[in-house]
Every structure is written in structure tokens, then in C-alpha cells.
Write a protein that binds this ligand. Structure first.
Ligand code: PEP
Length: 251
């Protein structure tokens, strides 16, 4: 009903030469994957990655997009620019963007709208910090982030959007939420989507990934959980064998 989707987030890693080497190894390793496979790559690698994965089962993603169509936004990239390079997915609101670059629920929503308007599929990241978890406000934070990201987004767009639940304390730290915790927290997100849209839409159309130190060792346990529809993978996506083992978590 909800096809699993495993996406790599390369972050600020991989020159063009490294991109070529990584994808040369990765393409044959994931060619018979059952899950949808995406690599979200730095802007400078998009053209190279796009050429290399043409005709394969790997889909192309970017790591951000600006909300304006064009104009005086030095250093930013528009949805049209990404579409021109056949980008299909785009990460929006990653916690590193929220933490280091002033991303807010409002700018996330603006980017989501701009992406959808041009036919890009957003991977919207939400997640609580350690302080928020310890303060017992996980649900409050997630509801705020989800409501903010989906403000004025029509129900018809839900199948074009993926949500990534990424507890900030688990990203790049080697700490993973337990499968049960991740499942329970993702259930809160799905419930929020049910309230915003409808029960059936949240059940059938909304894919929610887990992200945060997901790797070949913990992928199958996480992916076995009812609420978890995929993974957003940072560190482990930089090694072809590791990423392929996450992608083929059920083999
Ligand atoms: C991420 O950056 O989205 C992420 C989940 O990173 P890592 O897998 O390295 O924790």
C-alpha cells in the first residue's frame, strides 16, 4: 500500500570524481531492490549523478530548494533549475538547515509549495531535539512542524510528499531511536496527518521515513515496524555497500 522509500542524503560530501566512484559501485548493488531508491546529492553533483543513473532504478534528489522562482537570492537554487536537471525529489527542512541556516516552519512551507508547484517531490524533515525529548514535548514539537510544513497544501499532493522523522539527537551521532520509539513517534505524525487531511489519506498515501544513524545493522528491525515506510540515510549512504544493504534491508 505504501511503497518503502530509502533515500541517501549525501550532505556536503562527494566531489564529482567521488560521485562517479560511488555510483559506479552502487548501481549494480541496488538494481533489484524492491524499495524505491533515491540519492539526494549536492548541487554540483546533480548533473553527473543524473547522467549516471539514467535508465537505472535510482532516482535523483537534491538537498534543498528556494521558494522564489528566480531573482536576487545569491547562493540559492530554484525549483526550475532542479527540474531542468531531472531532479525528482528534494529534501526540505533538514534539521541541519533548521539548526545552522535559520530554517523555520514557515520557510519550510514556502519551499514545499515552490517544489510542488514545479512538480518536485519534497522529503520534509521533522524531528525533536534531545532537549525537547527530555522536556516531554515531542508531540507538541512534531505537531507544530507538521502543521507548519503542510499549511495550505492540498490533499491531492499527499502522494507526492514524503515525511522524514529524524530525531535530531540521532543524526550523525550513532544513536538510533529504538524501533519501537521510532514507530510510536511516527504514529504521532501519521495521526497529525489524519487530523489535517483524513484517516484514509494518512494510512494509504503518506509515506513516513525514519532517519538517524540508520545503517545495515539496524535497518531491518526499523523497517519491520508498521509505521516506518523507509529511511533517510546520511553517513551510511556514502558507502555503496552499506547503502545497498540498507536498501535491501529485507534480503
Ligand atoms: C540525515 O542527515 O538525514 C541522517 C539521518 O544522517 P545519519 O544517517 O548520518 O544519522
Amino acid at each position: 500500500m505504501r511503497r518503502p522509500i530509502i533515500a541517501g542524503n549525501w550532505k556536503m560530501n562527494n566531489t564529482i570524481a567521488a560521485t562517479k566512484a560511488l555510483l559506479t559501485d552502487l548501481i549494480p548493488l541496488v538494481k533489484d531492490a524492491e524499495a524505491e531508491v533515491v540519492v539526494c546529492v549536492p548541487y554540483t553533483d546533480i548533473a553527473t549523478a543524473g547522467e549516471m543513473i539514467k535508465g537505472t532504478n535510482i532516482k535523483l534528489g537534491a538537498e534543498n530548494v528556494h521558494w522564489a522562482e528566480k531573482g536576487a537570492f545569491t547562493g540559492e537554487i530554484s525549483a526550475d533549475m532542479l527540474k531542468e536537471l531531472d531532479v525528482e525529489y528534494v529534501i526540505i527542512g533538514h534539521s541541519e538547515r533548521r539548526q545552522y541556516f535559520g530554517e523555520t516552519d514557515e520557510t519550510v512551507n514556502m519551499r514545499v509549495k515552490a517544489a510542488l508547484a514545479k512538480g518536485l517531490k519534497p522529503i520534509i524533515c521533522v524531528g525533536e531535539t534531545l532537549e525537547e525529548r527530555e522536556g516531554g514535548i515531542v508531540e507538541k514539537v512534531l505537531v507544530r512542524q507538521v502543521e507548519g510544513a503542510f499549511k495550505d497544501i492540498d490533499k491531492s499532493e499527499l502522494e507526492n510528499i514524503v515525511i522524514a522523522y529524524e530525531p535530531v539527537w540521532a543524526i550523525g551521532t550513532g544513536k538510533t531511536a529504538t524501533a519501537q520509539d521510532a514507530n510510536d513517534t511516527i504514529a504521532i505524525i501519521r495521526n497529525t496527518m489524519a487530523k489535517l487531511y483524513c484517516e484514509k489519506c494518512a494510512e494509504e498515501k503518506v509515506r513516513i521515513q525514519y532517519g538517524g544513524s540508520m545503517n545495515p545493522k539496524n535497518a531491518s528491525e526499523l523497517m519491520a515496524m508498521e509505521q516506518i515506510d523507509g529511511g533517510l540515510i546520511g553517513g551510511a549512504s556514502l558507502k555503496a555497500v552499506d547503502f545497498s544493504q540498507v536498501v535491501k534491508y529485507n534480503k
